[in-house]
Design a protein around this ligand. Structure first.
Ligand code: PLP
Length: 287
């Protein structure tokens, strides 16, 4: 059976799914999105992603396209129709379709909703995680509201391309003071020589990662110390370990920054353990 997408109230074959040319997401980047990891066909960290979706929409004065309960049913149905057990679910909500004009349509139009589901080979992903990834750094050049998960991802896409061309897997944005803000599609962490973890605080211009939030609980329950404060790329290289978090990457060890090894250049015990603990937690609490 082929892939099935959800577009504005209908499940349609993926290859035939399309949106209107005057969808404001398409023309103006006027929309938001969420990504859920799927474990055993269930949505991981569901509450956190719903809460952030509602917040992103509210910050942009876009209404929720349906209640949280109704949306949960639609998301689950999308997973079921695609027969995906392990993978990712992508949800996009834009302000809707209206004659092109920068200001919001008046009267308001119905938000446009798209859902896609992608399966993945969990064993292959775990094999990749066991090797670790490289990151490159790139100057922070995004707008001042990175806390809203908008579809306006051009700087993130350019940063990711820069990483790919350098043979790396992720790019870390570095602000004008020389501190890492976050990755193009992940939050950034280090494990210092003193064993303390560090990740950027959420007063900075970053996305409040749902995985980051859950992992903070896991870390504290595990008895590790964590500081929510900035670090530089140099501090990452001097650290024992580094890693990234996100719905796509989960907890993924970083073994090199700009081609320089982090610590001894191998995947470390803390990141590996946290990956395992996070996945256990996410599997157990998925809905
Ligand atoms: N930061 C950025 C810029 C992202 O795009 C993402 C995920 O897509 C994250 C952080 C991690 O967020 P989450 O853990 O909620 O997936």
């Amino acid at each position: 059976m082929g892939r099935i997408a959800y577009v504005n109230g209908r499940f349609v074959p993926h290859g035939e799914a399309c949106v209107h040319i005057e969808d404001r997401g398409y023309q103006l980047g006027d929309g938001v999105y969420e990504v859920w990891a799927l474990f055993d066909g269930k949505l991981a960290d569901a509450e956190g992603h719903f809460a952030r979706l509602e917040r992103s929409l509210s910050e942009l004065s876009i209404r929720m396209p349906m209640s949280r309960a109704a949306l949960t049913i639609v998301l689950r149905e999308a997973v079921r129709r695609n027969k995906v057990r392990e993978g990712l679910l992508y949800l996009q909500v834009t302000r809707g379709v209206a004659r092109r004009d920068h200001a919001f349509p008046n009267p308001e139009v119905k938000p446009a909703v798209v859902i896609t589901v992608n399966g993945l080979d969990r064993a292959a992903v775990e094999a990749r995680a066991a090797k670790g990834i490289g990151v490159v750094t790139t100057p922070e050049n995004r707008w001042g509201r990175c806390d809203i998960k908008t579809v306006g991802l051009l700087p993130n896409a350019l940063a990711k391309q820069k990483a790919r061309e350098a043979g790396a897997s992720e790019a870390w944005f570095v602000d004008e003071l020389g501190f890492v803000t976050e990755g193009a599609s992940s939050n950034a962490w280090i494990v210092g020589q003193d064993g303390r973890l560090r990740t950027r605080d959420t007063n900075a211009n970053i996305l409040r990662g749902v995985t980051r939030h859950t992992l903070l609980d896991v870390i504290r329950e595990d008895g590790l110390e964590v500081d929510e404060r900035p670090f530089t790329p140099e501090e990452a290289v001097q650290a024992r370990e580094a890693f990234i978090t996100g719905a796509g990457s989960l907890v993924l060890p970083v073994i090199a920054v700009d081609g320089r090894p982090v610590g001894d250049g191998a995947v470390g015990p803390v990141a590996s353990r946290l990956r395992r603990l996070y996945i256990e937690r996410a599997r157990a609490t998925a809905i």
